[in-house]
Structures are given as C-alpha cells and as structure tokens.
Design a protein around this ligand. Sequence first.
Ligand code: FMN
Length: 203
Amino acid sequence: MQDKQLNITNDTDPFKLFCQWLQKATLVENGEANAMVLATSSAKGKVNSRVVLLKKHSPQSFVFFTNYSSQKAQEINKNPYAAILFYWQKLGRQVRISGTVTRTTSEEADEYFATRVQKAQIGAWSSKQSQTLGSREYLEEKTKILEQKFAGKNIPRPEFWGGFSIKPQRYEFWQAANSSRLHDRFICEKNNSNKFAWQRLFP
Ligand SMILES: Cc1cc2nc3c(=O)[nH]c(=O)nc-3n(C[C@H](O)[C@H](O)[C@H](O)COP(=O)(O)O)c2cc1C
C-alpha cells in the first residue's frame, strides 16, 4: 500500500505513468495485473461491465480481444465508446481510462490469436459468447468435435473473433494515502490542442 504522495506535473506523460503502475502491479499483485473492468453501454444508455484482459497498449491504443458477436461487441458497435478500470489492491491504486473504440486490424488479431494456447484457440471457435447455452454437455461435445477437426493443424482465427482498441481521451489516476485518508486523485484530458492537461480532483 502506498503512503507516498502522487507527484504529477504538467509534464507528466499519462501513458508512461500507466506503464510504470502496470509494471509495478505485475510484480506485486497476486492475480492478473492486466485484468480490467470494461464498461460499455447500449445505444439507449444501459450500462454493462465485465472483466477482460489488456493484451497490448500504446499511447494511442489499449487493446483487448473478444468475440465480435458478444454483448460487449454489439454494444460497442452501437456506441463506440468505452471505459476501462484497473484496480491494484496491494498498491492501493486505481486507473480509469476512457475513449473511443475501434476494431483492430485483422492482421493484429491474427498475430495475437497465433500466440494463444491451443485450448484458448479452440475455445474461441466453440463459444458463441453471450448467447444462451442449453447445457454444459453441448459445449463439451462441440469442443471435442473441434479438437478432432483441428488435430495436428494450425488453428486459424475465426472471423467472428478479434480485438478492440480504445483510444485514450481521459485518464484518471487514484492512489490511496492510508494513514491520512487524503487520497490523491488526478485526471487528465485532451485539450483543444490535442495535449493532455492535468487537474487534481477531491478524492
Ligand atoms: C479474469 C478474467 C479475464 C477475462 N478476459 C476476457 C477477455 O480478455 N476477453 C473476453 O472476451 N472475455 C474475458 N473474460 C470473460 C468476460 O468477463 C465476460 O464474461 C465475457 O467476455 C462476456 O461478456 P459480454 O457478454 O458482456 O460480452 C474474462 C473474465 C475474467 C474473470
């Protein structure tokens, strides 16, 4: 847990700060430090959230992979805006990032799909993610059939599976100050000249 104050200046690069925090979390946290809560909303403003894994990140792009027919994908198709949230319990830190969402290129999706273990590749084929499933046995049977079909072969990426990239427009960094309870909270948003400008918020 932190008890140091968070030092932000106008020169702080939010992406670099995120990378430092993620790197530290990867060393310290027990679970997957790249797990993030992804919030999307329907065109009518109904909000949904779920955990996904951050698989790639750059100053322009925070990428996760999923099924393009899933509920989250359908919501992104209708309202291409999303928020992601990282919570690192041991560090007492939270990061919120939001921005517009686009699909990754098929090359990017192919490249990542090829790195997945075979069971995860078959899982992508067998799961009609977010649709009703009559029984677990059906999924097990479908998986077995696919395992036989792909035995000894390179498994291609299903067209209905790929990546989404969130372009960060707003970051928020929150850090606990355990003894004083005067937690630090900073946001930065892109201003008119496309530069990030920082502000401290009441925690
Ligand atoms: C730790 C963890 C990591 C997950 N990672 C992913 C992921 O990277 N992609 C994904 O599609 N679902 C992932 N899931 C499953 C999602 O939380 C969710 O159940 C699924 O994507 C369906 O969501 P939807 O119906 O809102 O589209 C993960 C779940 C957990 C608990």
